[in-house]
Write a new protein. Structure first.
Ligand code: C2O
Ligand code: CU
Ligand code: CU
Length: 589
């Protein structure tokens, strides 16, 4: 690791109780006391990130699975250089117990920093977990699984030039190559994360015994699930229990891997088979029974989804740089700065990963927890999902933040956007893909932000007014500045709110499809700023009927085509204040 992780270590020491942080690599580099100013591995300045910051080894820490504010999320653009630091991060830990992990997220060099060791586990516990009487203490063991290659002097070897994957020839658990673990005769709880850059693992016990899964990425399953094997892609976590109580002293059992690389690829190709060895000792261990129920999990219902979005996972030609055309991946052909998803705080959406690319992409969203709904094969001729709808595997139930999107399938996840508003990344967790454009960002917007010109529903002006509380301000995203909102029904304004367009261009509110447009009830206080309003239809269609206290600031009102009493655009029975060039006509009826 480069020296930057010293700062990070300080943050983590400030975390609340009930957290275990474990660095998986030793930090020998620090002991020299030297400040590194160049990266150990080759930085490719053709990639987005280092193309602006050059060869400086930046770093920033992300708590994967953590529901944290935007400014503590390890925003990839907020990566900082040696000798510098970020602000103090705040991890509120407002979520159920789960196997979180943290790793570097610097734009365009995440793959290099994680390869050098900037990754570790973060256990979040809660009272439910503590009541389950699971194996703990010496019987609860993290298994951070990564693959690496080494030079003959033991230093880490990584691709010389950018490639769209990295597959090491050794498997490391908690920073050690092919280690063994002495186990007592009893149950162990293993907390697994696939912290590898690109490699997937299909793990099984060499004696054919089953593994008991108790949790997935973000918490417990409802009930334990028995598995012959399990597959985890980069970023995914498993919470497992293995029972060694029935084995003779000295028994050796391997945890083996059979996943091809790339994944799913071809059986046997690229497989590194050994992961870890268990050696059974004579001492008795933890033998209490496992509970039969572990947690209650709310099921997110597709009927409650307000938005469905489809994402095409695809390879793209990258513009040649320094004479080389790097392999590049993308989501919908768009880049990091193309922000097109604005989920509204508190709403539920269905996101579909549509993958015709030939390999699996583990798709991860920051901030949120989701559930995998289903998968459906894509008909190659039509490019559309068709045929049987397959439920997620038993091992994929529960709250997840990373989902395998297999090739030839569309994978649907259902997600509620809550916790915080702001910008958050979503990306493929193959770090070489993430570093070369398979990472975008979405913005959770407050329900009071108008992002769409539609008549109703999340993002609309009507929705914003409904969700606003007294004293709130409704803002307009600048992507709709200059656009027209067409209302099909009157808008009732019966509270005390500010409706403010702060953008350079006015927003037009057009009532040509409705009778009276804005109806301000008696007792309410409304301020509107910087709009053009087109009055309602019909003989007496008004732009505004005011029975309350209304302040209009920089408002221009046009008469719609149908009004016989055209020109009388505000019918005022209350208190009306006009500021800054309001262009309106009044009537009292
Ligand atoms: Cu492991 Cu963007 O995350
Ligand atoms: Cu994450
Ligand atoms: Cu990918």
């Amino acid at each position: 690791g480069c020296h930057i992780s010293q700062h990070k270590q300080k943050y983590f020491k400030k975390q609340a109780f009930l957290i275990t942080v474990q660095w998986i690599n030793n930090l020998r580099v620090f002991e020299t006391g030297l400040l590194r100013t160049s990266h150990v591995l080759n930085i490719d300045t053709c990639l987005h990130g280092p193309d602006m910051t050059g060869l400086t080894p930046l770093a920033v820490v992300h708590l994967h699975g953590g529901k944290v504010p935007h400014n503590s999320d390890g925003y990839p653009e907020d990566a900082f250089p040696p000798g510098d630091s970020s602000g103090i991060y705040f991890y509120p830990n407002i979520q159920p117990a789960g196997t979180l992990w943290y790793h570097d997220h610097a734009l365009g060099i995440t793959r290099l920093n994680v390869m050098m060791g900037l990754a570790g586990l973060y256990y979040l516990r809660d009272s439910n977990e503590l009541s389950l009487n699971l194996p703990s203490g010496e019987y609860e063991i993290p298994l951070v699984i990564q693959d690496k290659s080494f030079h003959t002097d033991g230093s880490i070897a990584y691709n010389e030039n950018f490639e769209d994957h990295f597959f090491g020839d050794k498997i490391l658990v908690n920073g050690k190559v092919w280690p063994y673990l002495n186990v007592k005769k009893g149950k162990y709880r293993f907390r697994l994360v696939n912290g590898s850059n690109s490699r997937a693992y299909t793990l099984a016990l060499s004696n054919g015994a089953q593994l008991t899964q108790i949790g997935s990425d973000l918490g417990f399953l409802e009930t334990p699930v028995m598995l012959d094997s399990l597959t985890l892609l980069p970023g995914e976590r498993y919470d497992l229990v293995v029972d060694f109580s029935s084995y003779a002293t000295g028994t050796q059992i391997l945890l083996t891997n059979s996943a091809p690389a790339p994944f799913p690829g071809f059986a046997g190709v690229g497989v590194i088979p050994n992961v870890l060895k268990f050696i059974v000792q004579s001492a008795a261990g933890y033998t209490s029974p496992l509970p039969s129920t572990l947690a209650e999990i709310e099921t997110l219902l597709p009927a409650n989804a307000v938005e469905q979005r489809v994402f095409e996972l695809m390879a793209m030609a990258s513009p040649p740089c320094a004479g080389i055309s790097h392999p590049m991946w993308s989501i919908n052909g768009l880049g990091w700065d193309d922000i097109t998803e604005f989920p509204v705080y508190g709403t539920t959406e269905i996101w579909t990963w549509h993958n015709q690319s030939g390999i699996s992409h583990p798709m991860h969203l920051h901030l949120v927890s989701f559930q995998i709904l289903d998968r459906q094969a894509i008909n190659e001729a039509t490019g559309q999902p068709e045929g049987p709808i397959l439920p997620p595997a038993a091992s994929e139930k529960g709250w997840k933040d990373t989902a395998n999107s297999p090739p030839g399938f569309s994978t649907r996840v259902i997600v509620r956007f809550d916790g915080f508003t702001g910008l958050y990344p979503y990306h493929c967790h193959i770090l070489e893909h993430e570093d070369h454009e398979m990472m975008r960002q979405y913005e959770v917007v407050p329900c009071q932000l108008v992002t769409k010109t539609i008549n109703a529903g999340p993002g609309s002006l009507r929705y914003a007014i409904d969700c606003a509380e007294n004293g709130d301000t409704i803002f307009f995203d600048n992507s709709i500045a200059g656009d027209t909102i067409i209302l099909n029904d009157p808008l009732l304004l019966n509270k005390n709110i500010f409706i403010i367009n702060t953008n350079a261009n006015a927003v037009t509110i057009n009532g040509q499809n409705t009778m009276h447009l804005l109806q301000i009830t008696s007792g309410s206080n409304i301020t509107m700023e910087h709009f053009q309003i087109i009055s309602g239809m019909g003989t007496y269609g008004r732009a505004i009927i005011n029975d309350g206290n209304l302040i209009l600031d920089n408002i221009s009102i046009l008469d719609s085509t149908g009004g016989l009493n055209g020109g009388y655009t505000v019918s005022n029975h209350g208190l009306l204040t006009l500021k800054h060039n309001c262009n309106i006509k009044l009537s009292s009826f």
